[in-house]
Ligand binder design. Structure first.
Ligand code: SF4
Length: 212
């Protein structure tokens, strides 16, 4: 499913949403937040298939990834994937362990695990959506989207809400495409072309959970 939420989308105003069944024609320039190489493969293809008139540029902006070596590894894999798909991508070198470490400590406190996870992931989506929207506004893009929408492991509805809000705050359109149908296809392609495929989501907490 693909929906364009125009700049100024009020959250409840269904009139602004094109739900024609087919993807609406859209010829704006879109900045796609890229979380990693494997996730980007299907998203790039699907975006181009659904919105052939739109411009597409990538942005790797993931200060959540820990440790720093892993961030570099995923950035490298993103560069390889972009090369393979002939997509131009910019890289933000931000690395911000402290922000996620705070939640690592709070998980050991009084919070119920599920609540702590949702709060941490909400912060994580907001940081990445803000970096993307801020960059898109500064460089004159019309809209933002994210490869995070391919993952069945993310909180999809929360992600959608946060990206829509950030787009609106920066006067941008939000291109929402539910890429999840192509998750397995993208992962299979990543394997085929030898891309590095990470085993955990990214932050220090997700690494600890994986190590248990
Ligand atoms: S689990 Fe993933 S989305 Fe949630 S905070 Fe960690 S890196 Fe971010």
């Amino acid at each position: 499913m693909s929906i364009i939420l125009p700049a100024g989308y009020a959250g409840e105003n269904e009139e602004n949403i094109d739900r024609a069944g087919q993807a609406p024609l859209y010829d704006g320039n879109v900045l796609m937040h890229i979380c990693c190489g494997p996730c980007s493969l299907f998203c790039i293809d699907e975006f181009r298939r659904l919105l052939p008139e739109a411009g597409l540029h990538g942005l790797f902006a993931n200060p959540n990834i820990h440790p720093y070596d892993e961030l570099l590894r995923r950035a490298e894999s993103c560069a390889k994937a972009a090369d393979y798909k002939h997509l131009e991508v910019d890289f933000l070198p931000d690395y911000y362990r402290a922000g996620w470490e705070y939640f690592e400590r709070s998980d050991e406190g009084t919070q119920i695990q599920g609540e702590a996870d949702e709060e941490r992931c909400s912060m994580c989506y907001s940081v990445r959506a803000e970096l993307t929207a801020e960059c898109a506004e500064r460089h004159g893009y019309d809209a933002i989207t994210s490869t995070l929408f391919v993952s069945p492991y993310q909180n999809h509805e929360l992600l959608k809400k946060i990206f829509a809000e950030k787009a609106e705050e920066h006067g941008l359109d939000f291109v929402y495409i539910d890429f999840r149908t192509g998750f397995r296809k993208g992962q299979a392609e990543a394997k085929e072309i030898g891309l590095y495929r990470q085993k955990y989501c990214g932050c220090i907490r997700s690494l600890r959970v994986k190590q248990k």
